[in-house]
Design a protein around this ligand. Structure first.
Ligand SMILES: Nc1ncnc2c1ncn2[C@@H]1O[C@H](COP(=O)(O)OP(=O)(O)OP(=O)(O)O)[C@@H](O)[C@H]1O
Length: 304
């Protein structure tokens, strides 16, 4: 069950933002929405949150039409700031707790817990306007999680966060999932999606181009990536390997990476590599989500 989006359409004047988008997110998953700028990700999220109406299509949550889902079950962290500039961090949590009808003591307890988890406790008495972009984003997340939503929707949550805060946010998303919240987020950083998500949908021109469990989307690519590094960083060894294996010169990424057919025999390449030198790394794997994305989206943009 979970979230089922079918045939979602939305136009803005002559601009088609969504052109029959399908999306399925199982309950309890962390799910990624990826795609180029202007693909329709934010529009889809805004429709889910009932900020916008779709022109056509259906959205169901556990079988119920969207209109029948209590609003509090879905929470949204938009890309832009959505905080009260004069209220302190703690006041914002109290305010939203009251707004959502939570018991004040319980709201405060949950609020404090998220402030600790998100490393925001030192900023408790700071005004919204005084927070850095990353801390404002984290506070918005704390506010969104206060009511324990069934579905949490985040628009590019990692954008502009430093690496420590990326890790804090990743942990918070996992924690929210652990508490039973389904999480849907958009991102341009495939590494985050690959690390965090159970499933992913790639949207281009308002439609799903690829969708499924991350591992399945990677495995469905028409190639595998072979990475070779020798103990001695000697280009001659790589060239020898390339000649023995009949491969064109590879892409140097701390070793070399080659695109090979999905059904190749790893033993063939391993034995050729061993003939060329002592190996430090030998791996034959599905391409990364980033490589699949670049191939799919980049390939699509190449004129026929
Ligand atoms: N309020 C609006 N009025 C007019 N056009 C809009 C509006 N909102 C979105 N669009 C258009 O709809 C299309 C989809 O935009 P959307 O913001 O959903 O894309 P996105 O995938 O979230 O992009 P990005 O990755 O850049 O955030 C774009 O062509 C955009 O210009």
């Amino acid at each position: 069950m979970g979230l089922e989006v079918q045939g979602l359409r939305k136009r803005f004047g002559s601009e088609t933002a969504l052109d029959g988008l399908d999306l399925i997110v199982e309950e309890g998953q962390v799910y990624g929405l990826v795609g180029p700028n202007g693909a329709g990700k934010t529009t889809a999220m805004r429709i889910l949150l009932r900020i916008l109406d779709a022109d056509a299509g259906t959205v169901r949550w556990n079988g119920q039409p969207l209109a029948a889902v209590p609003r509090q079950q879905f929470a949204y962290v938009p890309e832009e700031r959505g905080l009260y500039p004069r209220m302190t961090v703690e006041e914002q949590l109290d305010f939203f707790g009251r707004l959502w009808g939570l018991d004040p003591a319980e709201a405060r307890r949950r609020g404090r817990e998220w402030l600790e988890r998100l490393e925001l406790a030192p900023y408790r008495t700071r005004a919204g306007s005084e927070l850095s972009k990353g801390n404002a984003r984290k506070l918005q997340l704390a506010v969104a999680l206060l009511a324990r939503p069934r579905l949490l929707v985040l628009d590019e949550p990692f954008e502009g966060l430093d690496p420590v805060n990326v890790a804090v946010l990743e942990a918070a998303i996992r924690e929210a999932r652990g508490q039973g919240t389904t999480v849907l987020f958009s991102s341009h950083t495939m590494e985050f999606v690959e690390a965090l998500c159970d499933g992913v949908t790639l949207i281009t021109h308002g439609r799903a181009l690829l969708a499924g469990p991350v591992a399945a989307v990677r495995a469905a690519a028409g190639w595998r990536e072979l990475t070779i590094r020798f103990l001695e960083a000697d280009p001659a060894r790589l060239e020898r390997f390339e000649t023995l294996a009949g491969l064109p010169a590879g892409e140097a990424v701390g070793g070399r990476r080659y695109r090979v057919a999905p059904d190749v025999d790893p033993g063939f390449y391993l034995s050729r590599a061993q003939q060329a030198g002592t190996l430090r790394t030998f791996s034959l794997d599905s391409p990364s989500l980033k490589a699949v994305y670049l191939q799919t989206v980049g390939g699509e943009m190449v004129p026929a």
